[in-house]
Design a protein around this ligand. Structure first.
Ligand code: GLV
Length: 335
């Protein structure tokens, strides 16, 4: 379709719901990535030339180099709650607004944290693989015995909105909830989160039966769960990561799982994903999913709609509902 010079231009960096792409096309000249290729940095830079905005996903890295090569860019609207793919400080300095999609995915992501905890603790995927391989010949008293979820202690690292949604689910399982966070959350939120008790990181790691990682990634948290932290955990414990790859030192986790220093892990995110450390594939005591914690039709549509609304507002001169860097608007006005 020819580009209309009077309209603003955007890139939709990956394939999205066609009707939501069409909605964006009502407002902008849209460059689409119909083939759903993951752009290399130079391809992304080329695709963004002349673009005022980008509908991005966690596979696009928005770096200082990219921002300086795309001076027309005014808004990066990420279809994800996490935004560690974007250099926020560089975007702010360049006057580029950045938005994410909080809240719409809280409950769906919490469901997945729960699913991975149960799958890992109760050896669901491991026993299914064994069954599919035709190995089921007889019942055994100790066949695939795991560890209880009900009545246990749930440890949540990162008590944001998703962490709280995970904690709320634990009431029906008669669990105790402990948590650690950058700072303690308000008493009414602790109460709603099954009376969650704020503890030190060390107490959480050493006393929880199931440790769920739900904190946002930042470089300061790279490998925050490594060999030393895993060594503090109970030998019967489960580690679940639905946060981001890189928070856990995957090599250290593989070693600990291989030596049964903890019982099991449930992982939706990995360092260097989609490339997987091959060590994981040799282990039976890990349940793995390919970064799909928010992947229900309703939630993915809500995320895409939210990112589209942010983009329409940002380029329409209004403050986008989920603006992460309000200073960017001032920087552009003065730039
Ligand atoms: C998914 O990982 C997200 O950040 O939304």
């Amino acid at each position: 379709m020819p580009v209309n010079a009077s309209r603003q231009k955007i890139l939709i960096a990956r394939a999205i719901f066609p009707d939501i792409a069409d909605r964006l096309a009502d407002h902008f000249d849209v460059v689409r990535n119909e083939e759903d290729r993951t752009f290399s940095p130079s391809e992304l830079q080329a695709a963004l030339q002349g673009c005022d905005g980008v509908f991005a996903t966690l596979t696009e890295r928005i770096t200082p180099e990219l921002l300086s090569a795309c001076p027309q860019l005014k808004a990066v609207c990420n279809m994800a709650v996490g935004y560690n793919n974007i250099d926020l400080a560089a975007a702010t300095a360049a006057g580029v607004m950045v938005t994410n999609t909080p809240d719409v995915l809280n409950e769906t992501t919490a469901d997945m944290g729960w699913a991975l905890m149960m799958a890992a603790a109760r050896r669901v995927t491991e026993s299914e693989q064994w069954l599919r391989a035709g190995k089921w010949q007889k019942w055994r008293f100790d066949g695939f015995v795991g560890n209880d979820v009900h009545g246990s202690t749930l440890g949540i690292l990162g008590m944001g909105r998703i962490g709280q949604a995970i904690a709320r689910r634990s009431t029906g399982f008669n669990m105790r909830v402990i948590y650690h966070n950058r700072s303690r959350v308000a008493p009414e939120l602790e109460k709603a989160a099954n009376n969650a008790r704020y503890v030190s990181r060390e107490e959480l790691l050493s006393t929880a039966d199931h440790v769920l990682l739900v904190m946002p990634y930042s470089p300061a948290l790279h490998h925050t769960i490594g060999a030393a932290e895993i060594a503090m955990m109970k030998p019967t414990a489960t580690l679940v990561n639905i946060a981001r790859g890189g928070i856990v030192d995957d090599a250290a986790l593989i070693e600990a799982l291989r030596e049964r220093r903890i019982a099991a892990a449930g992982l939706d995110v990995f360092e260097n994903e989609p490339a997987l450390n091959p060590g994981f594939l040799e282990l039976s005591n890990v349940a793995m999913t390919p970064h799909i914690a928010s992947a229900t039709t309703v939630t993915r549509r809500a995320m895409a709609d939210c990112a589209a609304d942010n983009l329409i507002a940002a380029l329409g001169g209004a403050e986008p509902p989920n603006l992460l860097n309000p200073e960017a608007r001032k920087n552009r006005a003065h730039g």
